[in-house]
Design a protein around this ligand. Structure first.
Ligand code: SF4
Length: 324
């Protein structure tokens, strides 16, 4: 009888200890893009940003001409104002810089500026094939809007994905329709959700580009967005804080004192809330946005990316989420 009691107590203790270990150990792990690439390719792989000369539906008159309220492609790519150099030249120069700076050994052709799927399928697919033909290029990352992914484009990318790595980065920006209207995006959340699902079902690696710090969105709204993205089955997420850039409508609002950015702490709260909802193993392609210093109006805290990242990591850690 005494023996049985000791044995039951020992079992209970082991059970409690296991529970404590479970509670104390991280419950979810998200992966930095660099970690994910290193595990896939076994070396440092780096994206090389390319400028294709394509426009987008809210600039070229397809839907509108004014562009999204926050957008100035020059803020992250000086070359976007000029006619593009041949892709082979852009890639050669970009790969050479990435070799010097990051000791990168393999490269991903990153179709970043404007909307890389907004053109005749023959023309855009020829660009992707040309990039993949360059020695050292091991995959593609293609930036798109939800409304520029018709079946022929998705099917073409899916065929490429059978022989190489293909990430499609879809500009979702928010899952809240009032925010999408305020940003003058020209699409709603259901359209974005459908595009995410279509691309995922076709076998592409799908990343959602999201903006946080939007007027009227708080931590709870960010959490909702994270849950909706997880439900749509994304593989990766790219976060950007809303900032005012010269040459944009938001920049004018800021200069007229009609818009103020959130604080770094508020942004970190929202970022951690969104990330905390994503599935285990989701890839984090970026934690905050970039802007050329000469074009940035506000907020200044965005220039200290390391500090912003640490603030997000600390909050994730407090919620038992690891970013490795
Ligand atoms: S964010 Fe994209 S869709 Fe909006 S104006 Fe800029 S390039 Fe066009």
């Amino acid at each position: 009888m005494l023996h049985n009691l000791h044995s039951a107590t020992a079992n209970l203790s082991r059970c409690i200890a296991a529970r404590i270990r479970l509670t104390m150990s991280p419950m979810k792990t998200l992966m930095r893009f660099n970690t994910w690439l290193r595990e896939r390719f076994g070396c440092r792989a780096q994206r090389v940003a390319l400028h294709t000369g394509l426009s987008c539906p809210v600039r070229d008159g397809t839907l509108a001409t004014g562009g999204c309220i926050y957008c100035n492609n020059l803020a992250f790519n000086r070359g976007a104002a000029e006619p593009p150099l041949p892709l082979a030249v852009q890639l050669r120069e970009g790969m050479s810089a990435a070799r010097r700076r990051y000791k990168a050994q393999q490269f991903i052709a990153y179709f970043q500026t404007y909307t890389a799927t907004h053109g005749p399928i023959a023309a855009v697919s020829a660009q992707w094939e040309e990039a993949l033909a360059q020695p050292g290029v091991v995959g593609l990352a293609v930036g798109a809007r939800p409304d520029t992914l018709p079946p022929p484009v998705v099917e073409f990318l899916a065929r490429l994905a059978e022989r190489t790595m293909v990430w499609i980065e879809i500009g979702v920006q928010s899952t809240h329709d009032n925010s999408l209207q305020w940003m003058e995006r020209g699409h709603d959340w259901p359209a974005a959700r459908q595009a995410l699902r279509n691309c995922r079902d076709a076998g592409l690696l799908v990343a959602a580009h999201m903006i946080l710090g939007l007027p009227g969105e708080n931590t709870s709204a960010a959490r909702d967005s994270g849950a909706r993205l997880a439900e749509a089955g994304i593989h990766g997420v790219k976060l950007h804080h809303l900032h005012a850039v010269r040459g944009t409508k938001l920049g004018e609002l800021y200069l007229a004192s009609r818009w103020l950015p959130v604080t770094a702490g508020e942004y970190a709260d929202q970022a951690a809330a969104l990330l905390g909802e994503l599935a285990d193993g989701t890839v984090v392609l970026r934690l905050s946005g970039d802007c050329l210093p000469e074009l940035l109006l506000a907020p200044e805290w965005g220039t200290d990316k390391q500090q912003v990242e640490q603030m997000i990591v600390d909050r994730l850690s407090a919620a038992s989420v690891t970013l490795r």
